[in-house]
Design a binder for this molecule. Structure first.
Ligand code: PEP
Ligand code: MG
Length: 324
């Protein structure tokens, strides 16, 4: 790391005109947690808890999970930590669960769909998270939410476990509940989701694959996996706008949040938190420092209203960054 980047480690992220988006880290293990701290993360925007399940030979116990969650929130102190409930299935299979093979795993039995179908596993995980909330600044979000009904069902199970713990005398902190916006249906209904969630976090890795109907891991069609396609940008902007029109924060935790070419556009859209791999944080902080957010608003509007291809979008970004 060069000295310039290291000097930004303990500095709050700020644009040249004084906007303060949060730069957070995506983590999956306790080793990642140390990297997040070492790179000056202002929070954890995504803890991929399914890694805990994938690293084990059997379902991890409530106590084992609690120990991990508590370690994370304690280490981050007052900084916000968002735990995502297990995103199992799709490309992340658990051998010990013996789920049947599916023809279209990315469109199948995964994430919140599985959690609601096997609520025992889900309840154990929620209890561990709720107990850990007493030790820091903890939020919970649900992956792959497609309908309001799914969210309300998940929330009701959460409320039920929370009430039981409180009745048993366990101390519990304030917890915010949110969703990943990675299914186009949820993105399109963002203006209704904002009435029931505390925050939304856009998961562009999946959102792009579902918007473009292009498997995120298939190289033969990777030309279609386009973060800068104006269709994707419009959808992202509409989600952020929906959040802000009801005073809720909009976050992003897909790879796009740490993409140096996407960040100027996302700053212009007013994204409140960028969650990325730890190694991208300092260079993103350095980039944002150079940006005037008001100029980026113009850039973002231009990309969603005028551009019709990814290349045009990239050209606009290139020009905007070259201007003094
Ligand atoms: C996403 O889909 O953008 C995301 C952050 O989740 P994952 O990459 O774990 O699917
Ligand atoms: Mg995802």
């Amino acid at each position: 790391q060069n000295a310039h980047l290291t000097s930004l480690k303990n500095v709050a992220t700020a644009s040249s005109d004084g906007k303060h988006p949060i730069l957070a880290a995506n983590i999956g293990t306790l080793a990642d947690l140390q990297a997040a701290v070492d790179n000056g993360a202002e929070g954890i925007g995504l803890f991929r808890t399914e890694f805990i399940y994938m690293d084990a030979q059997q379902l991890p116990s409530e106590q084992a999970q609690f120990n991990i969650y508590k370690t994370v929130v304690k280490k981050m102190g007052s900084k916000p930590v968002i735990f995502r409930t297990a995103d199992i299935g799709g490309d992340k299979e658990l051998p010990y669960l013996h789920t049947p093979h599916e023809a279209n795993p990315f469109l199948g039995y995964r994430a919140i769909r599985m959690s609601l179908d096997q609520p025992g596993i889900f309840r154990t995980q929620l209890r561990a998270m709720i107990r850990a909330s007493a030790y820091g600044n903890l939020s919970i979000m649900f992956p792959m939410i497609a309908t309001i009904t799914e969210f309300e069902h998940a929330k009701q199970i959460y409320e039920d476990e929370r009430a039981k713990l409180i009745a048993a005398g366990v101390s519990v902190g304030r917890i915010r509940l949110g969703i990943m916006v990675e299914v186009p249906a949820a993105a399109l209904l963002a203006d209704q989701f904002v009435n029931v969630v505390d925050f939304m976090s856009i998961g562009t890795n999946d959102l792009i694959q579902y918007v473009m109907a292009a498997d995120r891991g298939n190289r033969r069609i990777s030309y279609l996996y386009q973060p800068y396609n104006p269709s994707v940008l419009r959808l992202i902007k509409s989600v952020i706008d929906a959040c802000h029109s009801s005073g809720k924060p909009a976050y992003m935790c897909g790879e796009m949040a740490g993409d140096q070419r996407a960040i100027p556009i996302l700053v212009g859209m007013g994204l409140d938190e960028f969650s990325m791999s730890a190694t991208s944080i300092l260079k993103s902080r350095a980039l944002i420092k150079q940006l005037d957010s008001r100029k980026m608003v113009t850039l973002a509007n231009k990309t969603v209203s005028l551009a019709s291809t990814s290349n045009q979008v990239l050209k606009y970004v290139h020009q905007a960054l070259a201007e003094p």
